[in-house]
Ligand binder design. Sequence first.
Ligand code: AHG
Ligand code: MN
Ligand code: MN
Length: 340
Amino acid sequence: MEQTQFMTLARHIIEEQSKYPGATGELSKLLHDLSLAAKVISLEVNKAGLADIIGFTGDNNVHGEQVKKLDVFAHDMMVRAMEHGGHLSVMASEEEEDIIRIPNKFKIGKYVLLFDPLDGSSNIDANVSIGTIFSIYRRVSPDGSHGTMEDCTQQGIKQVAAGYVIYGSSTMLVYTAGAGTHGFTLDPAFGEFILSHPNIQTPKKSKIYSINEGNYLYWHPGLKKYIKYLQDEDKASKRPYSARYIGSMVADIHRNLLYGGIFMYPADSRNPDGKLRLQYECNPMAFIVEQAGGRASNGKQRVMEIKPEKLHQRVPIFIGSEEDVKTVEKFIAESEVTVS
Ligand code: AHG
Ligand code: MN
Ligand code: MN
């Protein structure tokens, strides 16, 4: 097996950033702070079965879903780890209705951080992989003041970096700052993320599809046709495909990124905007997957070009291997489906 360079995340970020003339090192520090939050959340996730942290808090989040204690822990940890660094002007989290102000006692910076603190939370109790997703923008509001809603509702193409942490059989952090997608594995012995997957390239065409087929009844006709097409036999195009669906977006997309695959959370007759959130889930994943040679669309438009109208906006998503995403777009266009 070919050995990769022994490279820590901290060093990788600094080396990547030093390639950009005029880089101040602020983004490197911000990403470093994020990796620290990831390590703390990872520790907590790993002992979730031991502590009295499992189970519902009884609260509902802003989307009306039941919040578990680890979601709250991860949200609080992200805020605590990131608010004092001096790099951020504002934050927003899937778990909080409004934007999150930086307290007055801390320096206000030029970046904006959006995050899904714990993705796949329905899987927590079953020891199934879950994750944290983050997305970083440059502020558009004036320097020095508190960040605004406008900072948090920028198009995905404006992202300067994005990443996810997957708490799986090992903990990995995958990120892009616009120069490829790179994966790091946490060495639990000395607590460092080590470069294990440099410059990830996702296969252009795959044999895996990931979708919640329990919603079949509510799908649009074009999507029903597409899934049937994937299940039909045709040796030339390597069909039928295999179905793989974990129910944690981070875990489903991570697997597909490495093996090739298409992940879908479509609009349907019950959820006309789909389920997943544009700013916390879809845009960061789209940036990561595109940087690995993949594609992400809502069925007719590139995800990262959608202009958010509100903070917790949902969008349909088809993301993964380029040829597969193009094929589903074709099926959708042919059946004149409205995907909003
Ligand atoms: P979250 O735990 O942050 O609310 O996200 C859950 C999301 C996503 O991770 C996953 O792909 C999707 O919900 C699964 O939804 P279904 O149970 O409807 O398939
Ligand atoms: Mn999520
Ligand atoms: Mn979540």
